[in-house]
Structure formats: structure tokens, C-alpha cells
Design a protein around this ligand. Structure first.
Ligand SMILES: *Cc1c(COP(=O)(O)O)cnc(C)c1O
Length: 396
């Protein structure tokens, strides 16, 4: 058989087997998103699978901004940014992001995934070296591969490993180090002070993906530098407009020179259409809401403590998470699927992550807590997780 067809068949078989066993939880359509609640398959469940860390979806100011933009400009621009696709709204959003991140300028792209792909492949090429933490997001890995640069990886959060890679970088060519601020599968935080120090020592450019730290880390939710009390530690701030920010798109913030360069070189910016007006306006207003309602960040941080503390007390392994992304380690894939089933039967909407997305034997529920959860929501969820954990044998 054609090997391509074989590959297609193998995946179809895996999906069909899980569906038959009643253990397939992906692609579930959500009929309603309502704060901490989600309705799917006719059931109203507490949502522990959302990236809306500050509970901003449906915020009246954000919806009003989106509706006003829709009324004024319509549903699209028919253009790429560099030619006929730029609205004043795009420039305003870029200025808002730059201000929020304490950078000179910013560029927005049509998704976070595309942002990494386009930015990494614009910054490095053949002969250069790009160095990544092994747990970096897939979009960063894909950007590195696309760039054609020498691709080196170091053990997760291992600073001696990073230094060794820096020493092995191609001399006389560019070196770019890329890390996630908060790791998307484990919920732990990069050792940013040390990464930044090493990058300065070895004259490497530093890029950080803040998909899960924007609105989450730092007293006011400004991200990884605020968390560690650092300033100007990072050259390329990358983030997404689809997680804490209830819109779609991705951004890079940094020096004016960097942003001007990307706006003329990044292929996904030059050759792909601009973000639609309503989504741009929603994103722009969201940053302002975060500034105006700092209590949301406080509530999130309290909820992280309640949720993580409660899980640990009950004996769950949550790795080194200290953020709203909480891995509840189950072991084999099958156990993660069984746990998911039991939790969903008790109206906790949580999803499993299995190999190859995470190492075999470390299959997990990836439970996300947000500012939309109440203390009671968290207490209820903890009880459900405990019952399910005991039944499946994840807890003794
Ligand atoms: C989600 C995510 C992205 C991609 O962002 P999208 O806007 O969803 O395309 C990039 N990096 C990390 C670490 C992410 O978690």
C-alpha cells in the first residue's frame, strides 16, 4: 500500500478504536461558553479546559469594541497589511501591545502559531544557530525547522545544558535562544534570570513565548519579566491573542528596528491577509481591561493556590506547575482517558493529553484553572478529581 495512505489509515484506526470504547474526547462541539461553565453534548459542565485565564470572554467592553469595529469596517479587509490591509485599528493594537510589554513597537500576525513560524524563520537562517528548551511549543519547533538554521535543544529548564549549547553555536554567525515563559504541557516557569544572563554573556538574541504568561505572571499580569522583577531581559517578546486575550492572532513586541525588519521580511505578514477588524478591536480593548481591572489577576493567583494546593494535598502529582496550567499525572494513556470519562460524567470538563504530545507514561489531564472559577467551583472539582483518581488507581 502507498505509505501515505498507510499513515492515514493508522490514525483513522486509532480514532475509531477510541470512539468505539467511548474514550474519544477530542473535537467536542461546545454549545455555550458562559464564564466558568460550558455546555456540550447537552450537559452543563464546569470548564477546566479553557485558556481564558482572566475570564475575559464576553466582557461587555470587549464585545462593544468588536461590534463597533464590525459596524464601521465590516468583516474583513481584503488585504495584506503591507499593501491594502492596514486599518488604524491595527496600528492602535500594536501600540497597545508595545506599551503593555514595555517595548518600543509591536507587530501582529493572524495566529500565535504563524507568529512563531514567521518570526523565527525571519531572524535566523542557514549557518545561524537556534537553541530551544526541549519542551518548547510545537510552533517554535516548526519555525526552527523552517528556518534551516542549526537546531540545538537543551534538557528542559537545564541551564548548564543551555550554556553548553551556547558554547557549541556556530562561531561568526547569529545565535537565537527561544524559550516558553510558561510551558504549555507542564505549567512550570522558565528560569528567566539565568537564561537572560547567559544570552547576554554569549551575545545571543533571546526570544520568549508568552502564550501562557500574559495576564498570568506578574502582579499586574504583564508577564515573565514582571514576575522576576527583570527589565530589558528579553529581545523578542512573543505572545498570542487567543488565550488570556479573547480574540485570535499573535504578536511580537521589541525594538522599533526589530519590528520594522519583521514587517518587511516575515513572510506570513507580507503574504497573508490582515486580521479582521472585530478581532483586532477586541484584542485592543482586552489589554486595556487587564490594566483597568487588576483584581482579575489577583483572583487568578488565588485560584491557582487553591487548586494546586488542593490537588497536592490529595496526593496528585502535578509536576512543577506553579501556574493555571496544571498537569494531573495519570501514567499510561488509558488511565488519562478513563479519568477524563469519570470527570466528564460528573460534569467537570477536562481533557487528556497523551503521547506523543507528552512523554509516554506521563499521560495526564491538563486542568486549567481561571479567574472565572469560584472557590466553590474549585472545591467541587477537587472532590471529583479525587473520586476519579481513586477509582482509576491514580491515587491509592
Ligand atoms: C497556543 C500556543 C501558541 C499558538 O498560539 P495560537 O494563537 O493558538 O496559534 C504558541 N505558543 C504556545 C506556547 C502556545 O501555547
Amino acid at each position: 500500500m502507498n505509505p501515505i495512505q498507510k499513515r492515514i489509515d493508522a490514525m483513522n484506526q486509532r480514532v475509531a478504536d477510541l470512539q468505539q470504547a467511548g474514550l474519544y474526547f477530542y473535537l467536542q462541539p461546545l454549545d455555550e461558553l458562559d464564564g466558568a461553565w460550558v455546555t456540550t453534548g447537552g450537559r452543563r459542565m464546569l470548564n477546566f479546559a479553557s485558556y481564558g485565564y482572566l475570564g475575559l470572554l464576553g466582557h461587555p467592553r470587549i464585545e462593544a469594541a468588536a461590534q463597533a469595529a464590525l459596524a464601521r469596517y465590516g468583516t474583513g479587509t481584503h488585504g495584506v497589511r503591507i499593501l491594502a490591509g492596514t486599518l488604524p485599528l491595527h496600528n492602535e493594537l500594536e501600540q497597545t501591545i508595545a506599551r503593555f510589554k514595555g517595548a518600543e513597537a509591536a507587530i501582529v500576525y493572524s495566529s500565535g502559531y504563524v507568529t512563531n513560524l514567521a518570526t523565527v524563520s525571519s531572524l535566523v537562517g542557514r549557518n545561524d544557530t537556534v537553541i530551544c528548551d526541549k519542551f518548547n511549543h510545537a510552533s517554535i519547533v516548526d519555525g526552527c525547522l523552517l528556518s534551516g538554521a542549526k537546531f540545538a535543544r537543551f534538557r528542559h529548564n537545564d541551564m548548564a545544558g543551555l550554556e553548553k549549547r551556547l558554547q557549541q553555536a556556530n562561531p561568526g554567525a547569529g545565535t537565537l535562544v527561544i524559550v516558553d515563559a510558561v510551558f504549555s504541557m507542564d505549567g512550570d516557569v522558565i528560569n528567566m534570570p539565568e537564561v537572560s544572563r547567559l544570552c547576554r554573556e554569549y551575545d545571543a538574541l533571546l526570544m520568549v513565548d508568552e502564550a501562557h504568561s500574559l495576564g498570568v505572571l506578574g502582579e499586574k499580569g504583564h508577564g515573565i519579566e514582571e514576575h522576576f522583577g527583570l527589565e530589558k531581559a528579553i529581545d523578542v517578546y512573543m505572545g498570542t491573542l487567543s488565550k488570556t486575550i479573547p480574540s485570535v492572532g499573535g504578536y511580537v513586541a521589541g525594538s522599533q528596528d526589530l519590528i520594522t525588519y519583521l514587517k518587511h521580511v516575515a513572510r506570513a505578514f507580507v503574504f497573508s491577509a490582515a486580521l479582521p477588524p472585530a478581532q483586532v478591536a477586541a484584542a485592543n480593548e482586552s489589554f486595556k481591561v487587564i490594566e483597568d481591572e487588576p483584581e482579575r489577576v489577583k483572583v487568578l493567583q488565588r485560584n491557582i493556590e487553591l487548586f494546586l494546593g488542593g490537588l497536592k494535598e490529595r496526593g496528585f502529582n502535578t509536576l512543577d506547575s506553579e501556574t493555571p496550567i496544571v498537569p494531573i499525572i495519570c501514567g499510561e494513556d488509558e488511565k488519562a482517558f478513563q479519568m477524563t470519562k469519570l470527570c466528564q460524567e460528573e460534569n467537570i470538563f477536562v481533557l487528556p493529553v497523551v503521547s506523543p504530545a507528552v512523554p509516554a507514561g506521563l499521560a495526564r489531564l491538563r486542568a486549567n484553572v481561571t479567574a472565572a472559577h469560584s472557590e466553590e467551583d474549585i472545591a467541587f472539582a477537587l472532590d471529583v478529581f479525587e473520586r476519579a483518581g481513586k477509582e482509576v488507581g491514580v491515587l491509592d
